[in-house]
Design a protein around this ligand. Structure first.
Ligand SMILES: [Zn+2]
Length: 692
């Protein structure tokens, strides 16, 4: 299994079969292949933005594949991490979509990257005089090592492994040099991502040097002690105390929360796992209802209009996938689905070509003025508009990684069986000890339906267990085998185990009871409270009729000349502002019986034209009665409307009661997630009620 050991003869003394500490184990790359809507979406991402757009329009990450730059002190522009992120997405997408156009092109790109390695092992990225002075250096190289090792896993091409080992050895060497020559802080911040590359190398080679180096980076630059200390000051008031998660860069923090757990996986040091768990728990109060960490670059308190960065949704889902696999705890997988089915598609156009760098869960306009960015150092006013190439480019290049990571983490190996952690249409083929080749098809429209059918294909009658995640958001779940009800312990928040002698053609149906749950944003002195409606992993929102308008100038907003590297020899990227259509109606208060929300909503199937792409037109919706709030409209000016806060009390309501349809968050680019509520019983939401 660890055939790479053979090629590292020079270091054979250090080598062993790597010892890993993990509840579940990943299947090998390429074992899980998306189907149905998930395949359509992944293909759009692979052959859409990743291939066509990058090839035609972003020479930085594609044509020149590895942009050697001299980063100015403290900031970077056209950074090589873009190419590394792009490579990671590209290789993983090719592994789950072997028939895509992207899979045909990936090798050519990859071998250019391999050829860029220098004599001393340096891979990529920064011009010689600027090396070893800031985090962009090891960050980019480490991302690329991890990406290349994904390719190594499917090809066992020893050249790829040799390049990665050589590059890693150079990084380790740099780490040991005196401070005057190498700035130690290059390993802090994003640079800590080196632990992921070293874990991947340890897994591939069994070389303990890589493991020990990862542990040492964390010892010096990890945040585990900060996280662990927080646990000890339980008496501190979380509202006034600066916790170790808030005010940090949201993308880096989303990564940081997972790093201690990664070190646990290779060292077995349980304190490290504990540190990640504590940090995750702290982070819950910064989690937006759409599943991503909130933060205008820097993590801060969530409000309906506060914003989150697209990158963060991807890194946060990856951290949750790690924790799901390492701990076997259902809550992390729940968090992955919420993020991947809401925040991610909701801030991306359905054709997957454009995305919003910043978005909010209540948003009636996504434009160059809608989401004030904390820092205008690059002259931009806002990053709320949708573009094929934002500046910085981080969100666009990180985005394609979301779906392949999701697919890789759907099914794990556990003991002598399998565990299904994430749901959606896919097929899995893997070897299980004692059972041989096992194929599992997940036949479902999930999350747009409440059932998942598992079709099993095995060689002869073989007995092994399959575990199924029973999410915390369902009230109960039930199983049927070949049409007959089955007694299975299926408690929300646990994995249900089905152990039997499987036969080819067995169909196991898993049904989730998904009650409607309301999430409240409390009233303030002037504004009424808002309620977001969730069912299963989906948030249901009031869609705002969208008017997409292409920018006429530049690609990064008005008054902003494009960066030279963005123009390059490629075609200009495209940008759109999305504004509400004339007379778009969204200012509703929902009429809900809060003691029995089920009774106020009616789930329905929406007419399909059969042509729409995933996350474009909703196929399901939720009918509810509502009244317009007459004193609630857009803020700002007519030319530059802005999303308002929740209505100011008292609300003036229209006489008329209308039936409105809420749709899945991911099917909207403009939406109101938190809406005011009118009590269905008293027809009045302004009187204080004890049970709120
Ligand atoms: Zn970003």
């Amino acid at each position: 299994m660890h055939d790479s050991i053979l090629i590292s003869d020079n270091r054979i003394n250090h080598l062993s079969v790597p010892k890993l500490f993990s509840h579940f184990q990943l299947l090998s790359q390429g074992s899980a292949i998306p189907e149905g809507w998930l395949k359509e979406y992944a293909l759009a991402i692979a052959d859409g933005w990743s291939l066509m757009h990058a090839r035609d329009r972003i020479p930085e990450v594609y044509s020149t594949y590895w942009n050697r730059i001299v980063p100015p002190n403290g900031y970077w522009d056209g950074a090589p991490d873009y190419a590394a992120y792009f490579g990671d997405g590209m290789i993983r997408l090719a592994n789950i979509l072997p028939e895509s156009k992207l899979a045909e092109e990936v090798d050519e790109w990859l071998y250019q990257v391999l050829a860029s390695q220098e004599e001393d092992g340096y891979l990529g990225a920064v011009d010689p005089p600027a090396r070893w002075h800031q985090w962009i250096d090891v960050f980019s190289q480490s991302l690329m090592i991890e990406a290349l090792l994904c390719k190594y896993e499917t090809t066992r091409d020893k050249h790829i492994l040799a390049v990665c080992e050589k590059s890693a050895s150079r990084i380790i060497e740099a780490f040991g040099q005196p401070e005057e020559e190498v700035t130690g802080t290059i390993f802090s911040g994003h640079g800590v991502i080196t632990v992921r590359a070293m874990r991947a190398l340890y897994k591939a080679t069994g070389n303990c040097d890589f493991r020990d180096f990862a542990v040492e980076i964390m010892r010096r630059y990890g945040k585990q002690e900060e996280y662990l200390r927080w646990c000890m000051c339980e008496t501190a008031d979380p509202n006034t105390t600066h916790d170790p998660v808030s005010k940090n860069h949201s993308v880096t923090e989303a990564e940081n929360i997972g790093f201690p757990a990664i070190t646990y996986e290779i060292s077995g040091d349980e304190r490290m796992l504990q540190a990640s768990i504590i940090a995750w728990e702290i982070a819950q109060k910064y989690q937006m209802v759409d599943g991503q960490l909130n933060g205008n670059e820097f993590i801060c308190k969530c409000r309906p209009r506060s914003i989150g960065e697209h990158c963060t949704s991807v890194e946060w889902a990856i951290t949750n996938e790690e924790l799901s696999r390492l701990t076997g705890d259902v809550r992390y997988a729940d968090a992955v689905e919420t993020c991947v089915f809401n925040a991610y598609p909701g801030s991306k156009s359905p054709d997957t070509l454009t995305l919003a760098y910043m978005h909010s869960v209540n948003e009636i306009v996504a434009s160059e003025w809608s989401h004030p960015h904390y820092d205008d150092h690059d002259g931009e006013v806002s990053k709320g508009y949708f573009s094929t190439a934002h500046n910085p480019l981080c969100c666009n290049v990180i985005s394609p990684r979301q779906i392949p990571y999701y697919v890789e983490n759907m099914v794990y190996r556990h003991g002598d069986g399998l565990a299904v952690a994430l749901y959606g249409p896919a097929r899995i083929a893997t070897e299980i000890a004692g059972a041989g080749l096992v194929k599992l098809v997940m036949d479902t429209q999930y999350p747009f339906e409440d059932d998942v059918r598992f079709v099993i294909d095995v060689d002869g009658d073989v007995e092994f267990p399959i575990e199924f995640r029973i999410p915390n958001w369902c009230s109960s779940a039930s199983f049927e085998l070949n049409g007959n009800p089955m007694e299975v312990d299926a408690n929300p928040g646990t994995y249900a185990v089905v152990r039997r002698k499987w036969q080819s053609g067995d169909v196991l149906r898993l049904h989730f009871e998904m009650p409607i749950r309301l999430k409240t944003f409390p009233a303030t002195i002037v504004r009424v409270e808002g309620v977001a409606v969730t069912r299963g992993p989906l948030v249901f929102v009031m869609p705002v009729a969208e008017d997409w308008r292409e920018y006429e100038i530049g690609m990064v907003g008005p008054g902003k000349p494009p960066k030279p590297w963005m123009v390059g020899p490629g075609k200009a990227p495209k940008s759109f502002k999305v504004i509400p259509r004339e007379n778009a109606a969204w200012n509703y208060a929902l009429i809900i019986d809060r003691d029995d929300p089920e009774s106020s909503f009616k789930m329905k199937t929406l007419p399909s034209d059969g042509l729409s792409i995933p996350w474009q037109k909703p196929t399901i919706g939720m009918e509810v009665n509502a009244r317009r709030v007459l004193n609630w409209g857009a803020e700002g000016s007519k030319e530059h409307p802005m999303t308002p806060g929740l209505p100011i009390a008292p609300m003036r309501l229209s006489e008329e009661t209308e039936s409105v349809t809420l749709v899945p968050y991911g099917c909207s680019r403009l939406r109101m997630s938190y809406l005011p509520v009118i009590c269905a019983l008293e027809d009045c939401c302004l009187c204080p009620r004890d049970d709120r």
